[in-house]
Design a protein. Sequence first.
Length: 83
Amino acid sequence: MSIEIALKGIRKPAIRRLCRKAGIQRIHNTIYRSVRMYAKHFLEERARRALIMMEHARRHTVMKNDIKEALATTGNSIYEGEH
């Protein structure tokens, strides 16, 4: 599945819920496209970094640790019970 198809799955109601949680009351129509473009850039950058980690380890499969390292190098982290 391409990133463009996956991003179309980020529907208006999901973006609205995120905006409401952030305290935004009114949402302009151009925001939806902007959020999808930002999400695309975010995912592409993290995927690129995960591929670098995979190649450095001389593997052909991206592992969970590659994703965790890619997120950690950019200042993001995920919490799933283990750190």
